[in-house]
Design a protein around this ligand. Sequence first.
Ligand code: SAM
Ligand code: SF4
Length: 478
Amino acid sequence: MGKRFYIETVGCQMNELDSELVVAALQEAGYEQVFQRQQADIILFNTCSVRQHAEDKIYSALGRLKHLKEQKPGKVIGVLGCMAQKDQELILKRAPHVDLVVGPGQVARLPELLESLARRTGPIMEVSLDRRGQARQKVQASFLNPDRQDRPIVRPVKHQAFVRVMFGCDKFCTYCIVPKVRGPEQSRSPQEILEEVRQLADQGCVEITLLGQTVNSYRWEEPGCTVRLADLLEKVHEVSGIRRIRFVTNYPRDMSRELLEAVRDLPKVCPYLHVPAQSGSNAVLKRMKRGYTVEQYYEMLASIREIVPHAAVTSDFIVGFCGETEEDFEQTVRLVETARFKNSFIFKYSPRPGTKAYELFPDDVPDEVKRRRNNELLAIQNRISLEENQRFIGQTVEVLVEGPSKLAERQSGKTSSSIQLTGRTVCDRIAVFEGPVDLAGQFVKVTIKEVSPVTLFGELSLVKQDVQADRLGAPISA
Ligand code: SAM
Ligand code: SF4
């Protein structure tokens, strides 16, 4: 078996982190990463199951590889992640040319599984235990932690990193496949998390994003005390070298006062709160089993506005969930209008086999109605996002430069010392501006000239060195 591998990742930030760890583990085992499928001996897909569309894309990509596998049987095709855990044998049935099916709780074993594959014939399937009908401890133990004692030095972006603080989810929202495919909720110890953050800081990382499906449900029991996310933020805040700390995704019911006060009081913690509401209708929230009413969500927003008034709040919504009426949808519109989120991710409901909603409720909102509601809500959100961004015109904001913008990447053949760069403000707004190629990873000041609903367009006004941490990324005068 050859040693060049290619990996394609779809889905959330958890998947991005898992892929990063897979890449590091394979490189350490002597494999070489390539960036074109044709050059690879091993083709891996790290997959997502949250919506049908994400799965369809992988199945068609697998279909297109059938011919290649017939011509070159030595090539290895692997399906990793959530779809592997959800579909298991179905993948081998639908795509018999697949060699490896590896769930998210088993990806840490990938180098060893590739070795086994080379010594035998026939595919390998390694997945974690199903949550139904098994003891929690046993299921939990079958979801292996892919995080490691030593954070690999090889990372796609040097100055930014994801750090997982918890795995899995116990909320069981009726529409969602995550608790099934990512397993029981398990928090990592603060010691392990801090050690990882310190290593990242030593490697030059300045921005950390703490990850959890419901990151603010983080809970670690120690003799005599319970460590919650607010306490963890305080500890991470002490790590020198780290300049910005973010955390996603928040669960509305667990948005405590202590956490909001930590965001207010710890200057490195970004005032950016992603707290998905999913719907503005109590009837829908109840069928979704989200565990709060829209009134409670409004109260939570009021606490945010009281304690961290400058925070950028963002949300997710599902439109066309089972039984959603026009009146229910109008209530969602009202919530979006009232909350004035910085942005919202809006999804059409996608029934997921293996979830409670799939078993209990008919998917009775026609697709054209889902599409119309999606477009309507998106148009409203875009108008609000544009209005909120317009406040920044003429202001100077601090931006952590990420690298060339998409436009600059498309023009990568051109030789120029100045290119279009992209970066983010502390409130997670994307800023685009012209600047020297080598600014990636630095803090700069950008004066905003124009805006769109998703982007601030500006001019570089000051390159880091002396840029004071202008906390908040809220506008400061030029
Ligand atoms: N843990 C996070 C939370 O509680 O909000 C996000 C998990 S999920 C990967 C990201 C988003 O996908 C959810 O917030 C929800 O809006 C959407 N989603 C999940 N299941 C879905 C489904 N069956 N159909 C459409 N959207 C879905
Ligand atoms: Fe899915 Fe709900 Fe858990 Fe988020 S909280 S991952 S939406 S089950």
